[in-house]
Design a protein around this ligand. Structure first.
Ligand code: NAD
Length: 544
């Protein structure tokens, strides 16, 4: 691999970029070229024998990046066969050894950060600072489960039916092979982080990353190989979800899916047919509340990050902003000013505040939502335009006012850099409007009274609530379970819940010195009387 790259902001060697037709004066992005040998190393890891490939194009430059080999249903079957063999070995590897490999992965993620940021930005289009968020999240996940899996997976002792005489042990037994279907919006952390606790629990993984971001997922997997995970323990297949999803579900012991609510429902129905479990991390129409006692400057800064991180292509991103009457004008003035001051661009530089959308489909949805709102009377306070001069699918960070229920973006997820402002008079009204609709993923509350904000949080129908922060407080805290209520999903990632979902709970009861039948010459009737007496005593003693 090349040792230097003039188009690269950090001039990093050893990464995927090579020197392209360098023409920084005209367009510095012309020099962002992937080394073919490196790409070849990555794509060889896909289990694919069809001989067909699908081209991958960069939303940052519009240039081709790679041809991704495509898997058949036979390849999916072979991936599961190999994963099962590997899992049978892996389950015998002591937890401390699994944790040591995981911690090596943690360090490799940090060591190779510049190359990972290049690849994520090139393949997904997001700003480098948002690519950093996901490398950090993947490293946090590796460290959390390396350190905590021993505790979460340990056999638990609980009280039995006859105190002392009945011993109960609760085991967490791995499911077997977990199928992971992930989206393109956080291509590194969505592809890897759900799988790390699955491995720590003793499972194998078959993963199908989104077709648009295969290279980032494969780069993450390369680091896992380097860290020392057995190669066959993590299989990758590539192809359209609607073709490979069914064959994966047929062979999985559990499915972890992240993507749209529509696809999530299809997957849930197929898992139900086989009576296998699944966790579904789906869409949202996330509210942010600015209460009357909020620090307005902090709320405006937080709202910019909450709404426009990763160009709004983030499941926990804010799309509805409810602001108290008392601070509405001040907040809007600061929020609009900060949004207009954002540095827009499509380069690998740290200075870019927001990158382009990933695809023409995403751009079409954003354009349709904004145009529909404007045609029906919404006002554009910032943005509101596509910017093909910056990148093929660029859309400006956009603030709308006057959005009404007849407009598409009122209740439908845009999944782009578009946020609607609403004024509220009293907090119960704001809570009711925040809870409106079918989703329930994430809510943010800005207030200087933490206790009051936490009391409001209990009334919000969302799986996560962040106070004085858009989403990072829960997303970055690996001990905090994350997931959706209502149509935003089922199950939780992160924390103890994030590893226990990949296990079956097994109760082992050991009966010692007293039998669960009449003894000491008691008749059945006398035995029942003794038991009733014992039940009354236990109740008096306040035992569960
Ligand atoms: P999508 O549902 O179309 O695709 C997601 C993944 O599912 C891809 O890998 C795709 O190939 C696969 N897939 C598609 N159809 C399938 C099928 N019939 N069977 C099996 N797999 C199939 O979602 P998208 O539009 O690419 O992603 C954006 C959506 O994902 C948004 O709605 C967003 O809110 C949601 N999302 C949620 C989270 C979360 O954690 N809650 C995170 C990221 C994205």
């Amino acid at each position: 691999m090349s040792a230097s790259n003039p188009g690269h902001p950090e001039g990093v060697g050893g990464g995927p970029l090579v020197e392209g037709p360098h023409d920084p004066e005209h367009d510095p992005r012309a020099s962002y070229v992937l080394e073919p040998e490196y790409v070849e190393t990555l794509t060889r890891r896909v289990l694919a024998t069809t001989g067909t490939t699908v081209p991958l194009t960069s939303p940052l430059t519009g240039a081709p990046l790679a041809n991704i080999p495509q898997s058949s249903t036979d390849d999916v079957a072979e991936a599961y066969r190999r994963a099962r063999v590997a899992q049978a070995q892996w389950v015998r590897v002591p937890m401390a050894e699994r944790a040591a490999i995981m911690l090596r992965l943690h360090d490799l993620l940090l060591d190779r950060m510049p190359e990972l940021l290049d690849m994520i930005t090139l393949e997904n289009g997001k700003a480098r600072k948002h690519a950093y968020d996901e490398v950090a999240h993947t490293a946090l996940t590796a460290r959390y489960y390396a350190r905590m899996s021993g505790k979460h997976m340990a056999t638990e002792r609980r009280g039995g039916v006859i105190p002392l005489a009945t011993r109960i042990d609760i085991n967490h037994v791995p499911k077997g092979v977990v199928g992971i279907i992930s989206p393109w919006n956080y291509p590194l952390t969505m592809a890897l982080s759900d799988g790390l606790p699955a491995l720590m629990a003793g499972n194998a993984v078959v993963s199908k990353p989104d077709a648009q971001t295969m290279l980032t997922a494969l780069m993450g997997l390369k680091l896992m190989d380097e860290a020392g995970f057995p190669r066959d323990l993590w299989q990758v297949v590539a192809g359209p979800g609607r073709e490979l999803g069914g064959p994966m579900i047929e062979r999985s012991d559990y499915i972890c899916f992240t993507g749209s609510t529509a696809t999530g429902k299809l997957i849930a129905a197929q898992c139900a047919e086989r009576l296998i479990g699944c966790s579904l991390e789906l869409g949202g129409k996330n509210p942010l509340l600015v209460l009357r006692d909020a620090d307005v400057e902090r709320a405006a800064e937080g709202a910019v990050r909450a709404s426009f991180s990763n160009a709004g292509q983030l499941c926990v991103s804010t799309e509805r902003l409810f602001v108290a009457d008392q601070v509405y004008d001040r907040f809007v003035e600061r929020f609009v000013a900060r949004t207009k001051a954002m540095s827009l661009g499509a380069t690998l530089d740290w200075e870019v505040d927001m990158g382009p959308l990933i695809s023409a489909d995403q751009l079409d949805t954003v354009v349709a939502h904004v145009d529909d709102a404007v045609a029906k009377g919404a006002r554009v306070l910032a943005g509101g335009r596509a910017r093909p001069d910056l990148a093929p699918y660029y859309y400006e960070p956009t603030i709308l006012e006057g959005v009404t229920p007849d407009m598409t973006c009122f209740g439908h997820e845009t999944f782009g850099p578009v946020v609607a402002l609403y004024r509220f008079h009293d907090e119960s009204d704001a809570i009711a409007r925040a809870n409106d609709g079918e989703y329930g993923l994430n809510c943010a509350i800005f207030s200087q009274d933490g206790a009051r904000a936490r009391a409001i949080a209990r009334q919000i129908k969302c799986g996560t609530v962040n106070i004085n922060e858009g989403f990072g407080a829960t997303f970055g805290s690996l001990a905090a379970p994350m997931g959706g209520m209502r149509e935003s999903g089922m199950g939780r990632r992160q924390g103890a819940e994030g590893i226990h979902r990949y296990t079956e709970t097994q109760s082992v009861g050991t009966q010692r010195f007293l039998k669960l039948s009449p003894q000491f010459g008691l008749s059945s009737e006398q035995y029942a009387k003794v038991q009733v007496l014992a039940l009354r005593v236990m109740n008096k003693l306040g035992r569960a």
